[in-house]
Design a protein around this ligand. Structure first.
Ligand SMILES: [Zn+2]
Length: 183
């Protein structure tokens, strides 16, 4: 059986087995060990070992599978994948995500507005990511990269195009930390 994965919020693959979600725990040779995502929350002993894309061992869980949560995660994954296809409208992407989602899982999804923002963010990254510049001579930094997430300027210094161009990225706050630090 082909292994099934869902993406974590950080974009890592999580193994879906028997309707339970597992995080990667460790790797030993070709074998991958996975632990239940409830490992911390309810000290669940559920583990899966995979080898060559196959489950070779699995232990039982101390809780029931949260089918709605698993389904909601799958839906979000689908939505994120669809969002990367710029041919589909944002509305279309949300429709794809909603299609076939049960009421129980829909209740676990973020709000429509929040999902719409996620889709728009993915598309903006896809459309607006600066193309890889061949050299510092050509590098042009788009305005949106000149601010940090709170809208504060993060780009402080550019010595200008040249062979030994110096770009300094920081925030004013960080610089002030450095200035007042004793080391
Ligand atoms: Zn478990």
């Amino acid at each position: 059986m082909v292994l099934q994965f869902v993406k974590s919020t950080k974009g890592n693959n999580m193994l879906l087995h028997d309707r339970f979600i597992h995080k990667k725990e460790s790797i030993s040779g070709e074998k991958i060990f996975w632990k239940c995502v409830n490992f911390n929350k309810s000290k669940c002993p559920g583990r899966v070992h995979t080898l060559d894309e196959e489950v070779v061992k699995s232990t039982s869980h101390n809780h029931v599978a949260d089918a709605a949560n698993t389904e909601a995660r799958k839906t979000i994954n689908q939505m994120k994948t669809a969002a990367e296809d710029l041919q589909i409208t944002t509305r279309g992407v949300l429709a794809i995500a909603a299609e076939g989602t049960s009421c129980a899982a829909a209740g676990r999804l973020p709000s429509v507005l929040s999902m719409k923002r996620t889709v728009q963010r993915i598309r903006k990254q896809k459309e607006g990511a600066p193309t890889t510049s061949k050299s510092l001579m050509e590098l042009v930094i788009p305005d949106e990269y000149l601010q940090d997430s709170r809208g504060k300027p993060s780009f402080l210094f550019d010595s200008g195009p040249g062979e030994d161009r110096i770009l300094l990225y920081s925030t004013e706050r960080n610089l002030s930390y450095m200035e007042h630090s004793r080391h």
